[in-house]
Design a protein around this ligand. Structure first.
Ligand SMILES: [Fe+2]
Length: 282
């Protein structure tokens, strides 16, 4: 410890206290570092600050999101890291993540790449009139990327080898999300994977860490800037609008908003927060 120079073993046991005398009954064994729960999932290390956390990293993922089982997550390596402090509460970010009504206004380029986002929708069934277009496979109705595009990059093209184990549906989807509330989501694309981690720094401040992951041999052959530049733009757009939202919530007049039908995933998120809050506050 840099404060009073207590020394700990790598297992967290207190091994040395430099005081000249010790209080009566002081036993170093009573003062180890705090234990935390650790779980390894497909190359990611998850830490839960609870000593005996229930479940595992795997069980922390939303079963309604994808499992990315066909992406070789374990073998990927980091190609780029973006760290950013956003001046907003962590829940504001997740609310933003859970809807696309903001997409046409906030994400102009992304809305061109994923045409259904340009309609303010996340998927085919978000359209109340979807049965009228049920047989239409155009991406503005079915989801997925615009014709000719393969991945999230500035030009929509893959810039290295694509993963071989993906299904045709996973290829066509363009983006596949696995979500682990409240701290991370992972997006699988055909040629790379992006993880986004969140750490609350305070009531109105959240640190975001985005990491672009590639197959080791792809990293040398891949035009990373084309890929990283696009994802960074989308994250910056979201961060900026989340900060605007946070400012609005501080208005003395504001009490509550109202959810639109397209925001059904926000409703799920609010229920998730309510449940955990109720468990904490009897
Ligand atoms: Fe967004």
């Amino acid at each position: 410890c840099p404060y009073h120079a207590w020394s700990y073993s790598l297992r967290g046991e207190l091994v040395r206290v430099p005081s000249k005398t010790l209080p009566e009954g002081f036993d170093k064994a009573d003062h180890p570092l705090y234990r935390v729960a650790l779980s390894v999932w497909r190359g990611f290390v998850f830490v839960n600050l609870a000593e005996d956390a229930a479940g595992s990293a795997h069980s922390s993922f939303d079963p309604a999101s994808a499992d990315l089982g066909n992406w070789p997550l374990e073998s990927l390596v980091s190609g780029h890291v973006l760290r950013k402090v956003m001046n907003c509460n962590w829940k504001i970010f997740w609310e933003n993540f859970n809807e696309c009504l903001h997409c046409p206004g906030v994400h102009k380029d992304l809305s061109r790449l994923v045409p259904i986002y340009g309609r303010g929708l996340m998927g085919r069934h978000d359209d109340p009139e979807w049965t009228r277009h049920a047989d239409n496979d155009a991406p503005e109705f079915s989801g997925g990327l615009r014709a000719g595009a393969e991945t999230w990059s500035r030009d929509g093209q893959a810039h290295g080898p694509v993963f071989s184990g993906l299904t045709p549906a996973e290829h066509a989807a363009g983006q596949t999300y696995a979500t682990s509330l409240p701290s991370m989501f992972i997006v699988g694309h055909v040629d790379y994977v992006r993880s986004v981690r969140l750490v609350p720094l305070g009531p109105e401040q959240t640190e975001l860490t985005a990491e672009w992951l590639f197959a080791p041999d792809a990293l040398a052959a891949t035009d990373i800037d084309n890929i990283v530049g696009f994802g960074t733009q989308v994250l910056e757009e979201d961060a900026a609008i989340c900060e605007v939202n946070q400012k609005g919530l501080r208005s003395m007049r504001h009490k509550a908003g109202v959810l639109m039908p397209e925001e059904y995933d926000l409703h799920r998120f609010h229920d998730w927060v309510r449940e955990r809050h109720a468990a904490l506050v009897p």
